[in-house]
Ligand binder design. Structure first.
Ligand code: GTP
Ligand code: MG
Length: 252
């Protein structure tokens, strides 16, 4: 099993939760804390650009001891801190592991971004990408590194499908096609069966991690994009380095 930088501290399974703004990343984390918090020792790291809004939401949800929920304020393009320079997040994860050892799982929420943000395998062992039906059924067909390559794709808020005219089964089929069959879970907080699937996925992944069989996959480079200040990032910025310091040259 992978080690914590401190030899006496257990290294947790680190799970990333990424996806566009408002799709339900914090809600998924709250749900997992509620479902697993009694049987597992959990920690949560949130990433916001300028605030600790998500951490405050999760603390107020009362699903986990407030001191196990910590905010990283990225102060920059949110994907930078989860992909390019993950040191702030890694330190936050290791501090949690040390303070509450043994920690079984740390959930890391990315700042809400568009479709391009994925976690570096240097930070997380596996990752969720969260879409919601309210964003439109066609989003799943758009692909991109998160949709195509995350370990599990969540199609969230299926209870809203009738109101927004989305065919959930079609959206799941489109997403599965974009992912070459990797796991897609249609989820709603009002649907216990779907919640049980997500719970089982985490427990299975934890078992795989503990057996030493889990190998972090990199969903791939950030999609090329430009910023208002004229900075342009190309695929070449995100060539993956064996030690995980992908994106050297991706400067903000
Ligand atoms: N109807 C419905 N609403 C949901 C569900 N899950 C989350 N929501 C709502 O979606 C909104 C956004 O949820 P959040 O969990 O804050 O989304 P987020 O992705 O963390 O948002 P950012 O961190 O701002 O990007 C909230 O109003 C939630 O109550 C669901 O299963 N069904
Ligand atoms: Mg959030």
């Amino acid at each position: 099993m992978l080690e914590h930088s401190h030899p006496d501290v257990q290294r947790s399974l680190r799970l990333g939760v990424a996806g566009p703004v408002g799709t339900g990343k914090s809600s998924l984390i709250a749900l997992l804390c509620r479902e697993l918090g009694t049987e597992l020792s959990l920690g949560v790291i949130t990433n916001d650009i300028y605030t600790d809004e998500d951490a405050r939401f999760l603390r107020s949800a009362g699903v986990l001891a407030p001191e196990r929920i910590r905010a990283v304020e990225t102060g920059a393009c949110p994907h930078t801190a989860i992909r390019d320079d993950v040191s702030q997040n890694l330190l936050a994860v290791e501090d949690l592991e040390q303070d509450f050892t043994p920690v079984d799982v740390v959930l890391v929420e990315s700042g809400g971004d568009n479709l391009t943000a994925t976690f570096s395998p240097a930070l997380v062992d596996a990752q969720f990408f969260v879409l919601d039906v309210a964003g439109g059924g066609d989003v799943a067909r758009k692909g991109g590194p998160g949709i195509a390559g995350a370990d599990v794709l969540i199609v969230n808020k299926t209870d809203l499908a009738p109101y927004v005219g989305v065919d959930v089964e079609q959206m799941v089929r489109d997403a599965s096609a974009a992912r070459e069959g990797r796991t897609v879970i249609a989820l709603s907080r009002t649907d216990p069966t779907s919640i049980a699937r997500v719970r089982t996925w985490v427990l299975d992944t934890l078992a795989e991690f503990r057996s030493g069989a889990l190998r972090p996959r990199d969903p791939g480079p950030m999609a090329p994009h430009a910023h208002a200040d004229g900075t342009v990032h190309t695929h070449a910025d995100d060539s993956v380095h064996p030690h995980g310091d992908a994106g050297r040259g991706h400067e903000h």
